[in-house]
Design a binder for this molecule. Sequence first.
Ligand code: ADP
Ligand code: ZN
Length: 734
Amino acid sequence: MAEPAWEDRFAPGARVGILPLGALDRLLDYKAPEGGCAPGSFVEVPLGPRKIVGIVWGPGSGEVPEARLRAVTRILDAPPLRAPMREFLGRAADYTLTPLPAMVRLATRAPGLTEGQAMHHVYRLGPREAGRMTDARARVLAVLRDLPEKSFTLGELANRAGVGTAVIRGLVQQGAVLEVEAPRDRPYPVLDLGGPGVALTPDQMLAAAALRIGAEARTYNTTLLKGVTGSGKTEVYLEAVAETLRQGRQALVLLPEIALTGAFLSRVEARFGAPAAEWHSGMTQTERRRLWRQAAEGGASLVVGARSALFLPFRDLGLVVVDEEHDTSYKQEDGVLYNARDMAVLRASIEKAQVILASATPCLESWHNAQTGKYARLTLPARVGLAVLPTVKAVDMRLEDVPRGNWVSPTLATAVAQRLEREEQSLLFINRRGYAPVTLCRSCGHQLGCPHCDARLVEHRFMRRLMCHQCGETFPIPVACPDCGAEGKLSPVGPGVERLAEEVASLFPTARTAVLSSDLYGSARSLKEAIEQIADGAADIVIGTQLVAKGHNFPKLTLAGVIDADLGLYGSDLRAAERTFALMRQVSGRAGRADAPGEAMLQTYQPHHPVIQAILKGDDEGFWRAEADARRMAGMPPYARLCGIVLSSEDAQEAMDKAVEMARHKEPLARIGAEVWGPAPAPIARVRGRHRVRLLLKAERGSPFQDAIARWVAQFRFPSDLRLTIDIDPQSFM
Ligand code: ADP
Ligand code: ZN
């Protein structure tokens, strides 16, 4: 393995600090082995009677006396973590107040990474017919036929097909399946940068030129690329990708949703003659290991992935695109809490790389950074081609005659009927999974709740179960009320996507409908297929949750109806208005992408609410200015910084007592002028049987916030059953 020439090796016997990849949360001192070792190398070291794997992080701390210092056993055959990558992980750990080893684990989650490059057997479709066809054999062949470019190991193929390995070996003997010797981790196909791409519009050309200059500069810079859905942002940032690759550097495109990668990969293939490498939770272990290694060795030039792709060990990362940058899924909400958008900017500033944040509805923080000149800003003002933005109308629900238990107004229903006549698609949007958000006993008024959480149970009729959206547990639907025992009195209250589907079926019995909700699809693949079929016109009416707002392209769609535009306008959430605005704009943006003009209808009881008004007028800048003013007045982000603290315990009193103690001893925070609010029981006061208490910290921008928080927290002892979560720049306040 070539070691980086730009870093000084540690001489044999030198004291080095090893960061263990296992559960230990601190660095350990060792002696560099014979021949020395380079910083960033993966090594094996003795620990007690065991051997563990770690990374040479830097010079040792001196905590172990020279006489007791043990030597590194061997250097593993894996690409060392480069200095910029180690710096990124260190600074990300400091920023999020995460222990460094936990942060490093995000970057080393590829399996078999320490086993070195080797050959292995992979299995492909063979030239012969299987002798006797059984169900099991047919399943194996179907998997191979479905995914001809993939290389499966024996275990992976057996798993996917749901068969024992003997079935596969039998097929190999008959020649129906081929067993091939292959290097485990091959480079990815080289992209062809010579192709012309589409002829850009003048606006696109200007934007692309600016981004190309950004790539050539080989310095850090961030650009907000703002443009309505369909304005050609993707086409523009692909030009920046091409320039970055021409410079011999690598590019990463982050998407908020796995289901979007399919469409993106096809576009990359159409533009560059080969697909990008994919990184997300749906990949096989083999694919993960290959991409990890190839990212490090430069054999993967363009990677598309979920937020965790940001932790791949790129050899020379020149560009990170964060598409749909406002999307809340960029915030990792459990384990290590980080915002991939902010971490992309951090990583790029260390790698001297360019960042492109693309969105029709940027988050207020990004908009503000562009206003103040911290980010450059490029705007694509119009849709490409004939497509014009949909007209947006409010449907004033106070004036509509809607029967009880129904949710589609006559005005909206008439618009859908027109689309059916013209053979165009309609989208009905409701941001609630399941059948009904509440199940109520009509006899005693009891609402069914989760036994472990402070949350109502949501009926999922397709599944015939009740589900808790906090902990995910499901329960059978009871016949009798668990509280008063009355039978046959439980009834659903309020709409969910499944109930809306039922209403649509009775309103339009002959229409073909499709329901898009994340919980209705077993895998990312089946969801992707459903989306492709809808795009091809397999449904007349699409009924969907938030999932449909995320940048899918449905060319035949000309009507978007929002069932409850008021949902989310209120609530304790700092970003309620911003999210409603973004969501409504994104949903309306689904309509009329091709040459048929689109129309969006928002059902609302408050047509004069400022957020609804801003959406109707299409006045984005006005909305952001008003929202920014409100935040400034309230002293809220982006004009101040927040940190959420959650203490949770099975013992409610214990959590509250500790929180009170923490609020009292706030000197380290007070010293930098930070405020402490609370404690108070969290809005969702119990999850999975644990009681939750919140504190909220607020500090001025530019003050050493993390440092103060670390000092503050270090004052306390936490019993082992009490869990402390520190959430810098929180998105969720629940
Ligand atoms: P966005 O990312 O802003 O939603 P896209 O880049 O996906 O927009 O473009 C929307 C549609 O318009 C796509 O089908 C794309 O192929 C097409 N398109 C974009 N730019 C052009 C162009 N200059 N000429 C022709 N078609 C274009
Ligand atoms: Zn629950």
